[in-house]
Design a protein. Structure first.
Length: 150
């Protein structure tokens, strides 16, 4: 049951952050935080990372839906088995973050991204993230490591 709460918590946390960003900030205006290490900037992403498939939003939505269905099925199967808490936690994060971004695609037609990280890498600084993106990445890593548990 804790894993379902984790999934819901991830979804709701970013849902409310995105709603606040949408209400408070104008698009393409940068707001430095933490000495400029974090830049808040509202951006509507029609595609995946780096605008992959941005010009084909229907295809992107279909692919995103398929990936969430596969991840959700793996999560359901994992929840029904005993053990492997790291895998379950990873899938909870991945599904919560992925479902949040998928909700944006269906409800708004785009995913709301809202921050950049400035750590001295020009390539990384081009990317605008949302919190769900980090949950997806961390969740995928945890699920992969956790799936190897005995």
């Amino acid at each position: 049951m804790i894993y379902l709460f984790l999934t819901a918590g991830v979804f709701l946390l970013d849902f409310f952050i995105k709603r606040r960003i949408d209400q408070k900030y104008a698009r393409y205006v940068r707001h430095p935080r933490l000495g400029g290490r974090i830049i808040l900037e509202k951006y509507y992403n029609d595609g995946a990372a780096l605008n992959f498939l941005a010009k084909q939003p229907k295809l992107m939505r279909a692919l995103h839906t398929a990936v969430i269905l596969v991840a959700g099925t793996a999560y359901f199967i994992a929840l029904r088995s005993s053990g492997k808490p790291l895998e379950k936690a990873g899938l909870a994060l991945l599904v919560g973050g992925g479902a949040n971004n998928l909700y944006d695609r269906y409800a708004k037609g785009h995913v709301v991204d809202y921050f950049r990280i400035r750590i001295g890498s020009p390539r990384l600084e081009r990317i605008i993230f949302n919190l769900s993106d980090f949950f997806i990445f961390i969740g995928a890593l945890l699920a992969a490591v956790g799936s190897e548990q005995a």
